[in-house]
Design a protein around this ligand. Structure first.
Ligand code: ADP
Ligand code: MG
Length: 347
């Protein structure tokens, strides 16, 4: 079985992950003939994309659960969506004041992780990259579909940098008036974590949460099998399974640039920007998949490594003991590589 995702939204098109039903019955987990255990499916829309959530248990009031989930997601959007004009983050972005402001706990949590991952990746992940994203036409602003001039690029680059964003003791400030913070690279992952935590708080320990391709799993399916996830083949016009993984109680995130891009003069421009050069990434790395307990962390790390490129990404993954699987394009087709830590999850 594969989910069909909402493909309308260019920016948030799901890249790689689809679920597959695979027959693997495990001893020791709950019995597959336990008829009281049911699987409840909840689907909806958030962050310009879709969500698919499955919970497994007995007598779950999934209608009430979904209402709670929708409330959480609505709050998240009101805190950090750059598509909502009066969201907390949009209000911060629109303000030219350099005075520190207090932020909601949700926004604080995402900002803290964004800054941590920014430092860890030496600036490959940079949530102030928004003006460059917009310049290259991938943000909420008008999409030019042309290559910007060097002058405009230099001007825009001057507005970007994590050093211009200060978050201390719960207070957020900027050192230049027109700093623009775009959390879209980890917001979906955070949403997945938030929903997973809410589900667990409701006493449910077997679930799958997926928002726009970001995924987190725990426990077992109603049949007693472990959750399986398929990494898609890196094709722009087709969906096919490339590799099946069993992530266990973890999140899975994939960053890939082969679905979201524009072309100019025969060159492809990715929606992921290399903050160092201010331009869309342009290398042989087609996708990076990360398995990590936190969906937000996996989400951010996968994008960061996508920026780094193949060699640096693999070195970074080994250095930081990460479970990472990459697909690179070569003259002889696609080549996969995974870190030692990832291998345990390969089916
Ligand atoms: P992917 O899943 O392919 O990594 P995401 O949707 O998670 O893509 O993140 C890409 C989005 O993040 C872009 O559309 C853009 O808004 C923003 N972005 C682009 N480059 C960077 C970067 N280097 N650091 C942080 N955010 C970025
Ligand atoms: Mg990402």
């Amino acid at each position: 079985m594969q989910y069909s995702f909402n493909q309308n939204r260019r920016k948030l098109v799901v890249k790689l992950l689809a679920l597959t039903a695979v027959l693997l019955v495990l001893g020791g987990c709950f019995p597959s003939n336990d008829l009281a255990r049911q699987e409840y499916l909840m689907q909806g829309n958030t962050m310009g994309t879709t969500y698919n959530i499955k919970v497994v248990g007995e007598n779950i009031d999934s209608v009430k659960l979904q209402q709670g989930i929708d409330e959480k997601l609505k709050q998240l959007n009101q805190e950090m969506s750059t598509y909502i004009n009066d969201s907390e983050l949009s209000t911060f972005n629109q303000s030219s004041s350099l005075a520190p402001v207090s932020v909601s706990p949700g926004l604080a949590r995402v900002l803290k992780e964004a800054i941590r991952l920014g430092k860890l990746s030496e600036g490959a992940l940079d949530v102030t990259v928004g003006p460059l994203v917009n310049l290259w036409g991938f943000g909420p602003e008008y999409r030019p579909e042309t290559v910007p001039s060097d002058e405009l690029l230099a001007q825009t680059k001057a507005r970007v940098g994590l050093d211009k964003l200060v978050f201390e003791q719960g207070m957020l400030s900027k050192s230049i008036p027109n700093l623009y913070v775009d959390l879209s690279t980890i917001a979906k992952g955070y949403g997945v974590d938030l929903v997973a935590e809410f589900i667990e708080a409701n006493g449910i320990n077997n679930y799958l949460v997926e928002i726009g391709g970001e995924m987190r799993l725990k426990g077992f399916k109603h049949t007693g099998e472990l959750w399986h996830v398929a990494i898609e083949k890196p094709l722009t016009n087709e969906r096919a399974v490339h590799q099946i993984i069993i992530p266990k109680d973890n999140a899975v995130a994939t960053s890939g640039d082969y679905r979201i891009y524009f072309e100019a003069d025969g060159q492809r421009f990715s929606h992921i920007i290399d903050p160092k050069i201010g331009k869309p990434i342009n290398h042989k790395l087609v996708s990076v998949t990360v398995i990590h307990p936190s969906s937000m962390t996996a989400d951010g790390l996968s994008t960061a490594m996508m920026v780094m490129g193949e060699e640096k990404a693999l070195a970074f993954a080994e250095e930081n003991d990460l479970a990472v699987y990459i697909i690179a394009k070569t003259d002889h087709g696609f080549v996969e590589q995974s870190t030692v830590k990832f291998m345990q999850y390969l089916k």
